[in-house]
Ligand binder design. Structure first.
Ligand SMILES: [Zn+2]
Length: 319
């Protein structure tokens, strides 16, 4: 993957590019030889763009797997990357509500503004779970538009890939055939891998789990896991001791087998619960780069399924 986090952009090039835009609006957005400039908000979408585009895209990744994508600062390097992007690929559904609107405003790049072909939101391509009947951000709920964490189900990755190849082709028509061919190849391998993961994970069906952040509804739906408790009282709100005490008594009625958290989560409340209940804490990579093993999209799911199976096979211990 090309990473362009410190890619210098001479201002002269921008004057020329800007003038070219104004003179020839009908001209293809991307020069035939230059790679497409893509800004991906999260590592999973950076990895997907690289699968579909290869060296034809230079991908800037706005966040890494150990950062909370709900809470990112629109720092100058991000603004510079947004300024040069031909295509923005983000999760949407308000995952980036705290920083992307500021970033888009500061960047002032018309190509990637909402409604433009260069503005691609992955959650627009997938049926969302847990969409509230009425939008309500009260009490700090960061999932007010529905659960945005779609990347934990490989079937969602496929839906996003199918839409993303259309967008790549529309923005960069000279290379449309290349994008289509790469996507066909990716989806063939992805479909086979998804079948394998689903079969491997069959023993997990019905397994009761506790989650730290409500970040796994798509994973649970795919594998048939049962979420019996959440350590955050509301998505994005730290657990109070009263809430955790409530979880402990709830687990006495409805036992769980493991506590799931993402690599980027602060582990304290999960560890606290583990000490009191003897439940194993499973730290899932959650996205590409979430641990050493999860180096690409395939490895992400290999590792996720392996960690879940490993924890499920471990006999419960008394605290
Ligand atoms: Zn969340």
């Amino acid at each position: 993957m090309h990473t362009a986090s410190d890619h210098p952009t001479p201002s002269l090039r921008w004057c020329v590019a800007g003038a070219a835009w104004m003179i020839a609006a009908a001209w293809p957005a991307v020069a035939a030889s230059a790679p497409l400039q893509v800004m991906a908000c999260e590592p999973e979408w950076a990895a997907l763009v690289t699968e579909l585009a290869g060296d034809n895209a230079q991908v800037y990744r706005a966040t890494n797997a150990l950062q909370d994508p709900h809470r990112i600062e629109a720092r100058p390097s991000l603004i510079a990357a947004a300024r040069r992007a031909d295509l923005l690929v983000c999760t949407g559904a308000e995952l980036e509500a705290g920083w992307l609107p500021i970033l888009l405003q500061q960047a002032g790049n018309p190509r990637i503004q909402p409604g433009r072909p260069g503005h691609f939101m992955a959650t627009d391509q997938v049926p969302l779970r847990n969409v509230p009947k009425a939008l309500d951000r009260a009490h700090g709920d960061v999932h007010a538009a529905g659960n945005p964490h779609i990347q934990t189900d490989p079937r969602n990755i496929e839906l996003v890939a199918r839409a993303l190849v259309q967008r790549l082709s529309a923005i960069d028509p000279p290379r449309a055939e290349t994008y289509r061919a790469r996507t066909t190849d990716f989806l063939l391998r992805w479909g086979q891998a998804t079948t394998r993961w689903t079969q491997q994970a069959a023993p997990l069906k019905g397994l009761p789990v506790v989650v730290q952040h409500d970040g796994f509804p798509y994973l649970e739906a795919w594998l048939g896991l049962r979420q019996v408790a959440t350590l955050e009282p509301k998505p994005g709100v730290e657990a109070s001791s009263a809430h955790l005490a409530g979880v402990i008594s709830q687990l006495a009625q409805q036992p769980a087998r493991m506590v799931l958290r993402a690599a980027y989560n602060d582990g304290r409340s999960a560890d606290w619960l583990a000490q009191r209940t003897g439940l194993p804490v499973v730290v899932l990579p959650y996205t590409v780069g979430g641990n050493e093993q999860a180096g690409n999209l395939f490895a992400l799911f290999d590792d996720t399924v392996a960690r879940l199976l490993n924890a499920a096979a471990t006999p419960p211990v008394s605290p």
